[in-house]
Design a protein around this ligand. Structure first.
Ligand SMILES: [Zn+2]
Length: 290
């Protein structure tokens, strides 16, 4: 769906209660949508839009991951704010940036918020892959695919970053600074995942024994989980014959892909709920591979 179409929905008052903006410049688009929803039309640009763009509007709240995840306290804050009327009377917009990393507790708290839509409240989630949302959330939001983010590659190349898997990490919506931090290990991570999932189940289980040493801290393990999400997303794209950044991947049946999709959901939930790593990866492999 294009921006123009979204704009039309706002004009005609046909906007849904909750959206998931997938890929591309999610947060920037969400902020833009907030200006379309709340614009007071006084001046060009108007005072409302100016405040939204400067993150000082009282009716627009942006939540971003606190550390590696979005936590339940942050969702409770949204609940609290939504309990009050909008300050300026035109409604409230809650933006959850990178909702892919909501931990399970946060996701459950958020679900109650989604299930009881309040008049005048618009919720906009952003993220890179709908497969990282739990099904009960995914089925209650309207998903909009955004065009790919501009500029990241250009900036990365200007900084001399040109590792093979850069395109995959671009899809994860990381910043160029984050890309710089992982430049030395990124290809190794991607290769190890790809290589492992091309093995038989038993050999894959042996292969992941060393992942603890490849992904040494929590942040790196978080990257690993996100890469696995990206890999599964790429399996779906491969099946559809669409371009994806992972190169040649096996073509599975839709039935098998459903299993991969469910397994990656479960892996994400399990990892965010208790941070255990190898155990959940092993479980994932046993579920998906023969
Ligand atoms: Zn305006």
């Amino acid at each position: 769906m294009s921006k123009q179409l979204l704009e039309k929905l706002v004009e005609n008052n046909q906007l849904s209660h909750a959206y998931y903006l997938e890929g591309g410049a999610g947060e920037a688009t969400a902020i833009w949508l907030a200006t379309k929803i709340l614009c007071c039309g006084n001046g060009e640009p108007c005072i409302t839009c100016t405040r939204i763009l400067h993150h000082t509007h009282p009716d627009v709240m942006v939540v971003r991951p606190n550390g590696i995840a979005i936590k339940v306290d942050q969702i409770r804050e949204i609940h609290g704010k939504a309990a009050f009327k909008s300050s300026e009377g035109k409604g409230q917009v809650f933006i959850i940036s990178n909702a892919d990393v909501m931990n399970l507790q946060a996701a459950n708290a958020f679900l109650t918020f989604l299930e009881e839509p309040k008049a005048g409240v618009t919720i906009i989630l952003t993220g890179t892959s709908r497969s990282s949302l739990i099904e009960t959330i995914r089925s209650r939001v309207q998903i909009i695919e955004l065009p790919e983010r501009q500029g990241f590659m250009k900036e990365a190349v200007n900084k001399g970053l040109k590792f093979k898997s850069l395109g995959i990490f671009e899809e994860l919506n990381i910043s160029v600074a984050q890309a710089e931090e992982i430049a030395d290990v990124a290809d190794k991570w991607v290769d190890s995942i790809k290589h492992t999932f091309e093995l038989t189940c038993n050999r894959a289980l042996q292969s992941v024994q060393v992942w603890k040493e490849i992904y040494t801290d929590k942040t790196q393990r978080q990257y690993c989980i996100r890469l696995i999400q990206s890999y599964v997303k790429a399996l779906f794209s491969t099946k559809k014959g669409a371009f994806q950044n992972w190169g040649n991947l096996p073509v599975y049946s839709w039935e098998e892909l459903t299993v991969w999709g469910e397994a990656v959901d479960e892996l994400t939930r399990a990892f965010h709920s208790n941070g255990q790593f190898n155990l959940h990866i092993e479980h994932f492999i046993k579920k998906t591979m023969k």
